[in-house]
Design a protein around this ligand. Sequence first.
Ligand SMILES: [Zn+2]
Length: 236
Amino acid sequence: MRFKPQVHLPRCITKWFPAAIWRMPEENKTVYLTFDDGPIPGVTPWVLKLLREHHIKATFFVVGENVFRHPEIFEQMIEEGHAVGNHTYHHLQGLKSGNLTYYKDIEKANELIGSNLFRPPHGWLKQAQYHFLSQKYKIIMWDVISCDYNRNITKEEVLNNVTGFVRPGSIITFHDSLKAESHLRWALPRAIEFLKAEGYEFGKIEFPKTRRLYATPFIQRIRKIRNNLRQLRRWA
Ligand SMILES: [Zn+2]
């Protein structure tokens, strides 16, 4: 396998977050398409239509404020059988955010999203945030990033990032965002055709919801977060 850490992180880095999910089990030659930053008009409905045509279920890591603005697209995702995960309310970067601000933003998003999956914007977290969030969420990272948002690379490179690194169990990341749109519209259909021709199946990311926190009112959840935070500070 080629070495390209922007697309596929080496194991020494992924070990930094050992309980996070970087790749799914490889048994059934299944790959897991994931889309970050939606839902937005135009791009997300286009992705949904393409997935529908190919009978593919995927996982969308949605931004709370986009769900608030475009609930009908969010509902469509759910109705069409896709999995959804939390990607914060304001697309906050963990490294640049205070812990409590970060957790509150995630909880605010989960009022709308109601998922036990979380993907940190920009793919990175502070260790304390990682440990704390792992108590409630499965933190879903990636095995392959298409870099569709990067305007300094060509659409062909975006496609090659997928075709060159994919393997059974890969979690593949695209973005249903305006920034990624032109690369996405070119590369995604071709990536799907390639993966099908290679004999891959497509799956969505699901883990059983074992905790009852989802039914808890927001204020109680914040109280719990503050208590946990106090504990974390004690351990630190
Ligand atoms: Zn994002």
